[in-house]
Ligand binder design. Structure first.
Ligand SMILES: Nc1ncnc2c1ncn2[C@@H]1O[C@H](COP(=O)(O)OP(=O)(O)OP(=O)(O)O)[C@@H](O)[C@H]1O
Length: 268
């Protein structure tokens, strides 16, 4: 059974994410500037443990969607549900990773990872042990006392991962997390993320501009149409797991990339 089939089999029970008829409008900057309808009638369901990639033209509302799932903003119409509950605000059950890793420059790597539990008054020996273990997992065991400015770009990303994972999130929301990385670090981070997902099966919603990245990582790719954003096509990536960079050279992979590109091109 492929992962997509497994995700669908699980989908009958309880979706991890349900976005139902969502509408989001932003007010214009001035009286004369028109309001902007970012999303209208947007629907999407994500199964528990599924890796869903969101792809679409610039400005189609990908970040707006992620922000609503994170609880940073709210829909003007429709519903955004995580684990069958409406999202009312941010919470440690949802980990958010951006293009720029969010780390406090004045805290060591370990203290950055412990920041969330400490702020919630949940810092105990078990959490500290988990943080140390996570830093080992992300390959930063020797860098736990370093400060963010002493880390490379990839290391900072991995520290930000550990910082999010220490909260044991049920949902990872990733907004073009590797977009600013050089090609080699990007491939290393993709491999790292695939290993992590393969191990923990956290539900992931991953925004990217990159067709190849979407096809390599996702169980499904949701191609969005622009202005206002809607679902244009949802493409199943029925490639076997675990996947690696070598898979990007197969005929099936090339066929899937073409299918995604065609869905994007239909957009223009
Ligand atoms: N805070 C805001 N105030 C006003 N308009 C906004 C705001 N946030 C987003 N928008 C508008 O909503 C639309 C969707 O923006 P969003 O950032 O979600 O798109 P995106 O698909 O993530 O774009 P990109 O791929 O370029 O990052 C755009 O037209 C944008 O200008």
């Amino acid at each position: 059974m492929t992962t997509t089939q497994q995700a669908r089999a699980g989908a009958g029970t309880r979706p991890a994410v349900e976005i139902i008829g969502v509408r989001k409008q932003f007010a214009g900057r001035s009286r004369r500037a028109p309001a902007r309808l970012a999303l209208d009638g947007f629907d999407l369901t994500v199964a528990p443990g599924e890796f869903l990639c969101l792809l679409g033209p610039s400005g189609c509302g990908k970040s707006t969607l992620l922000n609503m799932l994170a609880g940073f903003s709210h829909p003007d119409g429709g519903e955004v549900l995580v684990d069958e509950r409406p999202v009312t605000g941010p919470g440690p059950d949802r980990g958010v990773l951006f293009q720029t890793p969010m780390l406090f420059p004045w805290l060591s790597v370990l203290d950055n990872v412990l920041y969330g539990p400490r702020a919630r008054h949940e810092l105990d020996a078990e959490t500290r042990g988990r943080a140390v273990e996570l830093l080992e997992t992300v390959g930063l065991g020797d860098a736990r006392d370093a400060y963010p400015h002493e880390l490379s770009g990839g290391m900072r990303h991995r520290a930000a991962f550990a910082r999010v994972l220490v909260n044991r999130p049920r949902l990872l929301l990733m907004d073009e997390p590797f977009g600013a990385l050089d090609a080699i670090t990007r491939v290393a981070m993709q491999r790292f993320l695939l290993d992590l997902w393969q191990r923990d099966r956290i539900t992931i919603v991953f925004v990217t501009h990159d067709v190849e990245e979407a096809a390599l990582l996702g169980d499904r790719v949701c191609v969005m149409s622009g202005s206002p954003g809607r679902t244009r096509a949802v493409i199943d990536i029925d490639l076997p797991r675990p996947r690696g960079i070598a898979d990007t050279e197969t005929l099936e992979f090339v066929r899937l990339k073409r299918q995604i590109r065609e869905a994007l091109d239909n957009e223009h």
